[in-house]
Design a protein around this ligand. Structure first.
Ligand SMILES: *Cc1c(COP(=O)(O)O)cnc(C)c1O
Length: 406
C-alpha cells in the first residue's frame, strides 16, 4: 500500500475527452437525466443554499430561524452569514440514522422558522415527508440538502423534488464534479423561476474564479487516482493528523471567507455534461459494491451501516459506519486513518464544535444523539479503487477491534 491513497469518496473520474469534448450543456442534461426542472447552476452547493434562503426570505419576511441537522457540513450553517438576520438552529438526529428527531423538530418549529433543511447525508434518502408535515403546520419551507446524493431516488423520483427547494453539490469528491458547482431547483414552477432570477441578480460571472476552478478541474483529472492522491491528499492528511488537527485532516476548517458567490462558467458546464453521461452506470456499480460490503459490516457485533428505508434508492459515495462505542471508533481510526484505504471521518464535530459557525447558531435543545453519532461514526470509501482485498483488510481490522474487550 506504499504511496497510494484511495480517495475517501467515490468521485467520478474525469477523462481527457471530457476536458476537450465541449459539446454538451450541463443544465438540460441534468434535467433530462434526473427528471428535474431545468436547474440553475451557481458556483457551489453552499451558494445554491444561499440563493434559496434569500428567495424564501423575500417571500416570508420576518422569519429568522433556519433549522438544520446538528450533524452536517459546517458550510450549511455558514450560509446564514450571507442571509442576515438569519440564525441557525441545530436539530438533533433520530436514534440510529440521519433523520431529524421528530419530537425535537416539532418543538423547534415556530412561526419565526423560515425553513427546515433535510439532509440526504452520505447519499442516504432522508425522511422528507415527516419534516414537510411538521414544517407546514407553521408555514415554514423545506429545503432538501442533496449535496451528497445526486442520482438518489426518493419514492422513485430524484431527491430534491419533495421539498420546496432542492440542491446538489458538484464539489471535488462528490460524485460528478466541476471543481465546485451547485445545482438548484424547485418542483414549484413559480419558486423555480424565482430561484433562477435570484441567481441572475446575485451571481455574476467571475473570470478569476473560473480560471482558478478550471485549473483545479484539470488538476483533478490529472491526479484523481491512488498514486496522485497520495501526494495531493494523503500527505496533507498525514501532516494534519500528526499535528492532532482532525478538522483540517477532513477539510472541515471552513470560514465565511471560503464562500465566493458567482455562477458556474460555460467551460466547466461542458466538462460536467460530458462526464454526466457516465454517472448512472458508475452509481449503479457503486450501489452493488456497497450493498455487498454493508451486509458484511452489519454482521459485525455492534457495528451498523446507515442504510436506506425500504423502497428508497440512495447513492453510495462511502459507507457511513457506526461503531459500538467512541473507543472502538477511535481505535479503528488509529489503525486505518493513515492506511491509505479510504477510511476517514465525515464531519468531525456537531455544528457547535466549529468556532466559525458558533456566532450564527441559536442552540435550542440538546443534541445528544448527533454528538454520539459524531463520536461513533467513521466512513469507508466506496471508490472503485477500493478492491475486495482492500475491503477485507478493513473488515478484519474492525472485526478485531469489536471482538477485543476494552
Ligand atoms: C458539501 C456539502 C455542502 C456544500 O456544498 P459545496 O458545493 O461544497 O458548497 C452542503 N451540504 C452537505 C451535506 C455537504 O456535504
Amino acid at each position: 500500500m506504499l504511496h497510494r491513497e484511495i480517495p475517501p469518496t467515490a468521485g467520478l473520474p474525469l477523462r481527457w475527452q471530457d476536458l476537450l469534448g465541449l459539446s454538451g450543456e450541463l443544465a438540460p442534461a441534468l434535467a433530462r437525466q434526473l427528471s428535474i426542472p431545468l436547474p440553475a447552476l451557481p458556483c457551489s452547493g453552499t451558494a445554491a443554499l444561499i440563493i434559496a434562503l434569500r428567495v424564501l426570505q423575500q417571500r416570508m419576511p420576518g422569519r429568522t430561524r433556519l433549522i438544520v441537522p446538528a450533524y452536517t457540513c459546517p458550510l450549511v450553517a455558514l450560509a446564514a452569514h450571507y442571509c442576515p438576520p438569519l440564525r441557525v438552529v441545530p436539530c438533533d438526529l433520530q436514534q440510529g440514522g440521519i433523520d431529524l428527531d421528530e419530537s425535537q423538530l416539532t418543538q423547534l418549529c415556530d412561526d419565526s422558522t423560515l425553513a427546515v433543511v433535510v439532509t440526504h447525508l452520505a447519499g442516504r434518502v432522508a425522511d422528507v415527508d415527516t419534516a414537510k408535515r411538521i414544517a407546514s403546520r407553521v408555514g415554514a419551507a423545506v429545503i432538501e440538502d442533496a449535496a451528497q446524493a445526486m442520482g438518489a431516488l426518493d419514492d422513485g423520483h430524484s431527491v430534491g423534488l419533495k421539498g420546496d427547494v432542492g440542491f446538489f453539490s458538484m464539489a471535488l469528491g462528490k460524485g460528478l464534479t466541476t471543481a465546485e458547482g451547485g445545482v438548484l431547483f424547485s418542483r414549484d414552477p413559480v419558486l423555480h423561476q424565482a430561484l433562477h432570477r435570484q441567481c441572475r441578480n446575485d451571481l455574476p460571472f467571475s473570470l478569476r474564479w473560473e480560471l482558478q476552478r478550471s485549473a483545479e478541474l484539470w488538476g483533478y483529472a490529472l491526479v484523481y487516482q491512488p498514486r496522485g492522491l497520495y501526494y495531493a491528499y494523503g500527505k496533507g492528511l498525514r501532516a494534519a493528523l500528526a499535528h492532532g488537527d482532525e478538522v483540517a485532516a477532513v477539510g472541515d476548517d471552513f470560514s465565511v471567507d471560503d464562500i465566493p458567490l458567482h455562477r458556474l462558467g460555460g467551460y466547466r458546464r461542458k466538462v460536467g455534461a460530458a462526464a454526466l453521461a457516465r454517472l448512472p452506470d458508475y452509481l449503479q456499480q457503486g450501489r452493488q459494491r456497497a450493498f455487498h460490503r454493508a451486509a458484511r459490516l452489519n454482521a459485525l457485533p455492534g457495528v451498523s451501516v446507515v442504510m436506506d428505508r425500504p423502497g428508497q434508492q440512495g447513492t453510495w459515495p462511502f459507507l457511513m459506519v457506526v461503531m459500538p462505542s467512541a473507543q472502538a471508533r477511535d481505535a479503528a481510526m488509529a489503525q486505518l486513518w493513515t492506511s491509505g484505504l479510504g477510511v476517514t471521518r465525515l464531519f468531525i464535530h456537531t455544528l457547535p464544535g466549529y468556532p466559525a459557525v458558533a456566532p450564527l447558531l441559536q442552540p435550542a435543545g440538546p443534541i445528544t444523539v448527533a454528538e454520539d453519532f459524531a463520536r461513533r461514526s467513521l466512513s469507508i470509501s466506496n471508490s472503485h479503487w477500493l478492491s475486495d482485498e482492500h475491503f477485507e483488510r478493513i473488515l478484519a481490522q474492525l472485526k478485531a477491534i469489536v471482538a477485543s474487550p476494552d
